[in-house]
Design a protein around this ligand. Structure first.
Ligand code: COA
Length: 585
């Protein structure tokens, strides 16, 4: 069988440092006890908010029909029964949602992980221009991540806060020594940090060939930058051949296809051991081959694509193991970043790790050259007493309305990490108020004072919705829970979940996420639907980094055009503020 030979012979070459390798002492984070449990929101509240969310995106007729279905759902007893089931589940588990969420949002999803779910992060371009620079940078980066690992292992990571409340830190336990494993119907996640023999190696991939690199000395101390550099040199020199099968590209396939190929692959003992070594490794470093040179203008988009999918089979897509939770990517031309498999963690713990590592490898090396809106950042909305997040989201709304003449369901990730094992819920951005604002911006009969008042109202509504979402009172996960409860109870699916409005409400043409960091970087991810946009943004004080994606196969979407329209919307909105209201300094 063709797949049997993919990894053989010697695609993974264990390279061990002389002497036995001591096992690092690893223990779990233990600050979770005080965290509250994720609540189940009141049923009536979710139903009312669901109808309100539909108002700006469905017709009056559809809304009327859905209103009746919602009334039946509330009065007929079905809603109450499902709600009680959810409340029972909430009493019995640490988090009624987390397992269902991991399963339904990630592990049951059969689309490829590359582009569809795995975000890529572009780091500022480094100054190195050759192989030595690439190796030295990769060595520093590895040492930096190992330093960060010490903080996780010793439980000394500072607790994070949102609105002055401590956040669940459990996701930090999931990002290292972790990997997704494909199945023919559903996937699983292997997470390895607390076993008796925690892994002490990373995997390095160069020219499509995978290497195991032990990164601890026999006394348990991590290798120094120089030691790692020497090992990387050896790896580089033993993988000069470029004619190897790009076995890693299998991991970019549709999950059912990859699941079948995987089962065949691991029938072979050597392959099984090799794959296991990748899965258990602390993380992966991809030393990429040079990509085609492009103009400075196109450089940022080219790097974003390299991080998201490797640039295709001819370039670096085979130089990855897309199932691996964390893969750092270092090219010869100063390109660097990472791609991460989303199932075990959200973006913020990943960027926190990046901030730490970038600081570790010295910030003055940086050449700031990333996707950015240069004119202003959080400062301007703050000076005008507006939430920066709400303001930027209104710019995304305005740009979309200008391009399409309508509003669409818009998803913003809101953190649920105030709750034990919390992940995210949806902050629905499109509201009655946002619709009125974007309509007024396009209506020549409206005065700027009226537009500003509508912007303030829309931003205020967004802020309230954000507050409710992070306090566990949004509607999406609750509706999902009620649906899954119906499946678990084997009752027939209530009609509100089969209604057109329900489909419209969940067809998120704009998928957004704020992933803020101190480092001047930007994360990117693909759209959620074929005719949608993926928008990840990092609002810095004086500028905003925004990465926008769309599928080439869709004629209606165009990432560059949407990005330009967002740029103009942000400029017009600042002009509106300056024209109408003096800034507070
Ligand atoms: N006037 C002046 N300043 C204001 C303001 C106003 N009306 N409203 C807010 N601000 C300030 C805030 O105090 C804050 O100040 P800081 O920069 O000193 O901290 C800053 O503006 C940012 O606040 P805001 O823009 O409102 O957003 P936020 O930081 O509260 O973030 C969410 C909102 C929804 C993004 C956040 O709650 C969240 O959930 N983040 C996680 C998302 C996530 O998990 N993404 C990854 C998914 S993979």
């Amino acid at each position: 069988m063709r797949t049997r030979s993919y990894l053989r012979p010697g695609a993974v070459k264990p390279r061990r440092l002389p002497g036995p390798v001591a096992r690092a002492q690893v223990r779990p984070l233990v600050r979770q006890e005080g965290l509250p449990k994720l609540p189940v929101p009141p049923l009536k509240q979710t139903c009312e908010n669901y109808l309100a969310a539909l108002e700006p995106i469905v017709s009056g007729e559809e809304l009327g029909h859905t209103r009746k279905l919602v009334e039946e759902f509330l009065r007929g007893g079905v809603g109450d029964r499902l709600q009680k089931g959810l409340e029972r589940r909430a009493r019995k588990t640490d988090n009624w949602l987390s397992e269902w969420w991991m399963q339904s949002a990630y592990l049951d999803c059969r689309m490829p992980v590359a582009v569809y779910t795995s975000p890529g992060v572009v780091l500022p371009r480094m100054r190195f221009q050759d192989r030595q620079g690439q190796m030295r940078f990769a060595a520093k980066l590895i040492a930096g991540v190992l330093e960060f690992k010490k903080l996780i292992d010793s439980d000394t990571l500072p607790t994070e806060y949102l609105s002055k409340k401590p956040l669940c830190m459990d996701q930090y336990n999931q990002i290292l020594s972790s990997c997704r494993i494909p199945g023919t119907k559903r996937d699983t996640v292997l997470n390895q940090p607390f076993g008796k023999t925690p892994p002490t190696h990373i995997t390095v991939v160069h020219n499509f060939q995978f290497f195991v690199l032990d990164v601890y000395n026999s006394d348990g101390t991590p290798l120094t930058v120089d030691q790692i550099y020497m090992q990387l040199e050896k790896i580089w020199n033993t993988s000069l051949q470029t004619n190897k099968e790009p076995v890693g590209i299998l991991t970019s396939q549709h999950r059912n296809t990859w699941g079948k190929a995987y089962n065949n692959l691991v029938k072979d003992k050597t392959n099984k051991e090799s794959v296991r070594a990748i899965q258990k490794s602390i993380f992966t470093v991809c030393l990429d081959a040079p990509m085609p040179r492009v103009s400075d203008e196109l450089y940022k988009s080219r790097v974003a694509a390299q991080m998201l999918h490797g640039g295709g089979a001819r370039w670096n897509s085979g130089n990855r193991w897309f199932d691996k939770t964390l893969q750092f990517i270092v090219g010869e031309d100063g390109t660097c970043g990472l791609v991460y498999e989303h199932a075990p963690s959200e973006g913020p713990p990943i960027v926190f790790l990046i901030d730490y590592v970038v600081k570790y490898i010295m910030v003055h090396d940086l050449d700031v050259n990333v996707l950015m809106f240069p004119d202003y950042g959080k400062n301007v909305p703050k000076q005008h007493n507006l939430s920066p997040d709400a303001f930027i989201q209104m710019a995304f709304q305005l740009a979309y309305f200008r391009m399409y003449g309508i509003c669409c369901a818009t998803y913003e990730s809101a953190s649920l990490r105030m709750f034990k094992y919390g992940r995210t819920d949806v902050l629905r951005v499109t509201t009655k108020e946002s619709l009125k604002f974007v309509q007024a911006m396009q209506d020549p009969t409206k005065q700027n004072t009226e537009r500003l008042a509508l912007l303030q109202k829309a931003a205020q509504r967004h802020k309230e919705n954000a507050y409710n979402a992070i306090h566990g009172q949004a509607i999406d996960r609750h509706l999902l829970g009620l649906r899954l409860q119906a499946i678990e109870d084997l009752t027939s699916m209530p009609e509100i979940f089969m209604d057109t409005s329900f489909a419209v409400a969940h067809h998120y043409n704009i998928l957004t996420s704020q992933v803020g960091s101190k480092t001047d970087c930007v994360m990117s991810f693909g759209p959620m639907v074929p005719d949608g946009y993926g928008v990840c943004y990092n609002p810095m004080d004086e500028h905003i980094n925004i990465a926008i994606t769309a599928f080439n196969s869709c004629e209606e979407t165009n990432a560059a055009k949407y990005a330009n329209t967002v740029n103009d919307a942000l400029l017009d909105m600042r002009a509106l503020l300056e024209d109408t209201a003096p800034a507070e300094r």
